[in-house]
Design a protein around this ligand. Structure first.
Ligand code: KE4
Length: 429
């Protein structure tokens, strides 16, 4: 495939933007080569600067559940923009989107909109610390909650030792207030609460981790998490930035039947425009400024354009029909992928929940980060490029999830499955 125009653009971008990008994963460093530059997208297709078309399974990392340039969202943005792009004072659309979040997610009585999932997660842990007057936050290996300092922390030397910075610029003095546990490890979780339960302000977790590929919770893990946080007075924060409105109207918490104390959202809730949100019981949320002592703010929070796009995105999910379609499409993709793996005898493990999936190049089940790290990343890189050259755009990292939209057609899935067979063969060592 000819991508000379994208290559020229990337060379220019490298002079202006660190790594040529505004978010690291886009730079293709996990798969090699240079990223294509998207110039337009419609439905399940994205077009690059050289005119190449790709079936898109990244969906701008989750927001595009209805596909790209979804007419109701475009119309909402155009009509709202004609009346001004930002007011910096309350506008009725903030109420309308908040009402929808409450309708979709019963655990949310009040919500605060932010401009990103990172801000939402930062706010959620500040709220947990402010409400409980405790400092310790628990997160899990392989889960990502944005780039807030307290969440860029890796496990200490031992599973129960306090965290160490996972990025330059994060003070060790701050990282030590975050404890990183292995996901799905009920024993480590119980021990952490036995040893330090009274110090824990909150536990933040991706209910279905999708930032190290995609792996499911073991039966009972979230129930134990809910029981321990309740017993020790710590807040349970479900980070549903990825899974919210994606896996069900009420997100992963609806599927799991777990009621967290706080939830964070992003991606779909903004219809592709910058929106994050933190929500939960009013008695917790009312600790936020200007009512309470926990400060949080944002010039463009509740921006009318983003609110209008989010309202249109959620309205199109309200009757639940989208989820039945996404499940059908997901099952078709999964069957095709598994048939291709069988046909080519490739050691690839396809894991899926609804319209989210990951193909790990390993032959063992993946339940946590340690399992995910057994993947053959070099082979994934070769597979990724073989697929891209066949017009199928997967997430440019073994440790990312893929997304199907309601705009994907059965024909797209057939094309994809054929490309998988050829790419599994082409990428074999
Ligand atoms: P943002 O700040 O990127 O809007 O949201 C951060 C975030 C928080 N929580 C979860 C569960 C997330 O998945 C994310 C962001 N997801 C990544 C994809 N792995 C965004 C892609 C990127 O960083 O460019």
């Amino acid at each position: 495939m000819n991508r000379t125009r994208s290559e020229a653009l990337f060379a220019e971008a490298l002079q202006l933007l660190p790594g040529g990008v505004n978010s690291p994963v886009r730079a293709f460093r996990a798969v090699g080569g240079t990223p294509f530059f998207a110039v337009s997208a419609q439905g399940a297709q994205v077009r690059d600067a050289d005119g190449n078309q790709y079936i898109d399974y990244v969906g701008t990392w989750g927001p595009a559940i209805h596909g790209h340039a979804f007419a109701p969202i475009i119309r909402a943005i155009q009509e709202t923009a004609a009346r001004g792009t930002s007011f910096g004072i309350p506008n009725p659309l903030e109420i309308e989107l908040a009402k929808r979040v409450r309708q979709f997610v019963p655990s949310v009585e009040k919500v605060r909109f932010t401009n990103s999932g990172t801000e939402a997660c930062m706010t959620a842990i500040r709220l947990a610390r402010g409400v409980t007057r405790r400092d310790l936050i628990v997160k899990f290996d392989g889960c990502y909650h944005g780039h807030g300092d307290s969440l860029l922390v890796k496990a200490g030397s031992g599973a129960l030792t306090l965290g160490q910075p996972d990025s330059a610029g994060v003070p060790a003095d701050l990282a030590k207030h975050t404890l990183v546990l292995p996901f799905n490890d009920s024993e480590a979780l119980a021990r952490a609460f036995t040893d330090q339960g009274e110090r824990i302000a909150g536990v933040i977790v991706e209910p279905i981790p999708a930032n190290a590929g995609l792996f499911p919770p073991r039966p009972g893990f979230h129930e134990l998490l809910r029981e321990l946080t309740t017993r020790h007075g710590a807040l349970l924060i479900f980070d549903e930035v990825m899974t919210g409105f994606r896996l069900a109207r009420g997100g992963a918490q609806e599927l799991l039947g777990i009621r967290p104390d706080l939830s964070t959202f992003g991606k779909i809730i903004g219809g592709g425009l910058p929106v994050g949100a933190v929500g939960g019981r009013a008695e917790l949320m009312d600790h936020l400024a200007p009512l309470g002592p926990v400060y949080q703010a944002g010039t463009l929070s509740g921006n009318p354009l983003a609110m209008a796009a989010g309202i249109a995105a959620l309205d199109a999910l309200a009757d639940g029909a989208a989820y039945a379609r996404l499940e059908r499409l997901g099952a078709t993709l999964e069957n095709g992928f598994k048939e291709a793996a069988h046909q080519t005898r490739a050691a690839v493990r396809f894991q899926r929940l609804g319209s989210m999936f990951c193909a790990y190049f390993t032959s063992q089940p993946v339940w946590n980060l340690t399992d995910a790290l057994t993947s053959d990343r070099a082979r994934f890189g070769r597979f990724f490029h073989a697929m891209l050259d066949r017009g199928v755009y997967l997430a440019p990292s073994q440790f990312e999830a893929g997304f199907i939209s309601t705009a994907h057609s059965e024909a797209d899935l057939e094309t994809t499955t054929q490309a998988v067979v050829e790419s599994l063969r082409a990428s074999a060592a």
